[in-house]
Ligand binder design. Structure first.
Ligand code: SF4
Ligand code: SF4
Length: 387
C-alpha cells in the first residue's frame, strides 16, 4: 500500500517529465474514451474526472448547483487551474454520454481544443457498432492531423496488448474477493486502484499492480485477512468514486461490512472487458466500449449481467447503489436494479443519493448501519441451529 501512496507522487513526477520531454497529453473523461488509440498516436491519455469537493464552488458560478458533483468538480478543477493533469493536457477527447457532461464540454471547449465523439444511445440493433467505429476513425484522423503522425495498425495492436495486460492484472486483484477471507479491505483496494484512471507510465503502473498482487498473495499465505466470515459482503455499484468522494465506501466498512467489489468505472466495470486482440483493432476497440454497462445507454443489460456475475462470484450479501445527486441516468436505473436483485438473487439494495460533501455523513451512517443489521439478522436466521 505504501508503494501505491508513492505511486501517485511518482505519477505526477512522470507527468512533469513527459511534458518537459515534449510529449503530448490527451485529457479524457470517460470509460468510453479510446485510450489505446491515443497511445498509438504517441500521446499520453490521462483521466480528468475530478472527485474532490474543493473546485465545486468555482464551478457553481457558471454551472447549475443541481448538476452532478462529478461534472461540477471536473469543470471547477479545470477552470481554477487546480488540476495538474488538466493543465498539462494539450487537448480533450470527450463523448456524448449524459446531458450534463455533454453541455459542460461545450464550456470546456473554451479552455482547450476538444473533439466530441457521438456515443450511440441504444445498445440494441446493428447501427451502434458501425456508428461508433466511424466515430473512432474520425478521432484517429483528428489525432493524426493535430499531432502530425500516422497511427499504424501495428502500434494500435501494441497498445491494445498493453491495456489488456493491465486489465488482466486488475482482474487478478479482484479475484482475491472471490474468497471468504480477503487480504485487503475494499476501501484500501479502492485507494490502490485509483491509478487506473491516469497512469502516465503504463509499465510502472503494471509493475505496481504486480507488486500489490505479490503482497496480497503473501498476506494470504500468512493468514492475514481484512475481514471475518461474519461480516456482510457488500457490492458497490453506480456512479464512479475516487479520492475525496469515497465517503460511502468508508461508511460501509465503518458500519461493519466488507466491500468485496465495486461495479463502477473506477472498479471492475471497465477492467472486466478485454479488447479482442485477433480482430481488426478499431472494430475490437469499439466492441469493447459498447459492452460497457453504463446507465447513459439504453437498455443497459450489460450492467445487470456483470452485477449478476459479481453477486455469485463474490458471494455478495447486499448491494449499495451510489447515485450522485443530479445523475438522472443512474437514479432512474436504481429502481429496476433493486427489483432485479431482489427477484433474481433475493438480496437487498440500498440506494444512496449524495454528493461530495460530508454534510449528510451521519444520516447516511444510520441508513448503512440499518442495512448491516438487516444483513446480520438474515445471516443469523440462515445459520444452522446449534443443539
Ligand atoms: S459512468 Fe458512464 S458516463 Fe460516467 S465515466 Fe463511467 S462510462 Fe462514462
Ligand atoms: S455520474 Fe451521472 S450525471 Fe455525473 S457524469 Fe456520470 S453519468 Fe453524468
Amino acid at each position: 500500500m505504501d508503494n501505491f501512496g508513492k505511486y501517485s507522487e511518482e505519477n505526477l513526477a512522470a507527468l512533469a517529465k513527459a511534458k518537459e520531454a515534449g510529449k503530448t497529453i490527451a485529457g479524457l473523461y470517460c470509460a468510453f474514451a479510446p485510450h489505446e488509440l491515443v497511445m498509438a498516436a504517441g500521446a499520453i491519455p490521462i483521466g480528468l474526472c475530478s472527485t474532490r469537493l474543493e473546485p465545486i464552488g468555482a464551478a457553481e458560478r457558471v454551472l447549475p448547483t443541481s448538476l452532478c458533483p462529478l461534472i461540477k468538480s471536473s469543470y471547477g478543477a479545470a477552470i481554477t487551474g487546480s488540476c495538474p493533469y488538466f493543465k498539462a493536457s494539450d487537448f480533450i477527447i470527450a463523448e456524448t454520454t449524459c446531458e450534463g457532461k455533454k453541455k459542460m464540454f461545450e464550456l470546456l471547449g473554451e479552455w482547450k481544443p476538444i473533439i466530441l465523439l457521438e456515443l450511440p444511445q441504444r445498445t440494441d440493433g446493428t447501427y451502434a457498432l458501425e456508428w461508433w467505429v466511424s466515430e473512432l476513425r474520425r478521432c484517429q484522423a483528428w489525432l493524426e492531423e493535430r499531432m502530425g503522425v500516422k497511427v499504424t495498425e501495428e502500434a494500435l495492436r501494441d497498445t491494445i496488448r498493453t491495456m489488456n495486460r493491465e486489465r488482466r492484472l486488475l482482474q487478478r486483484l479482484y479475484s482475491f474477493y472471490h474468497e471468504d477471507k480477503v487480504p485487503l479491505s475494499g476501501v484500501s483496494m479502492h485507494t490502490a486502484l485509483l491509478g487506473q484512471v491516469s497512469p502516465v507510465d503504463h509499465q510502472a503502473y503494471a509493475t505496481a499492480l504486480e507488486n500489490l498482487i505479490s503482497h496480497l498473495e503473501e498476506r494470504v499465505e500468512l493468514g492475514l485477512y481484512a475481514n471475518t466470515e461474519a461480516q456482510p459482503r457488500i457490492l458497490i455499484t453506480g456512479c464512479p468514486t475516487g479520492n475525496g468522494s469515497d465517503k460511502v465506501l468508508r461508511l460501509v466498512e465503518e458500519c461493519g461490512g466488507i466491500i468485496v467489489g465495486q461495479e463502477s468505472c473506477n472498479g471492475i466495470k471497465t477492467a472486466s472487458i478485454l479488447v479482442d486482440e485477433e480482430k481488426e483493432p478499431l472494430v475490437a476497440l469499439a466492441e469493447r466500449h459498447l459492452s460497457i454497462g453504463c446507465a447513459v445507454r439504453t437498455p443497459n443489460r450489460a450492467r445487470f449481467d456483470l452485477i449478476d456475475r459479481l453477486v455469485v462470484q463474490h458471494k455478495v450479501d447486499g448491494v449499495v447503489d451510489l447515485t450522485w445527486q443530479g445523475c438522472h441516468s443512474y437514479n432512474i436505473e436504481s429502481y429496476s436494479l433493486r427489483r432485479h436483485l431482489q427477484e433474481r438473487h433475493g438480496i437487498p439494495t440500498l440506494q444512496v443519493v449524495t454528493d461530495y460533501s460530508e454534510s449528510d455523513t451521519e444520516q447516511l451512517r444510520t441508513r448503512i448501519a440499518a442495512l448491516m443489521e438487516l444483513l446480520d439478522s438474515r445471516r443469523e436466521s440462515l445459520s444452522p441451529v446449534s443443539l
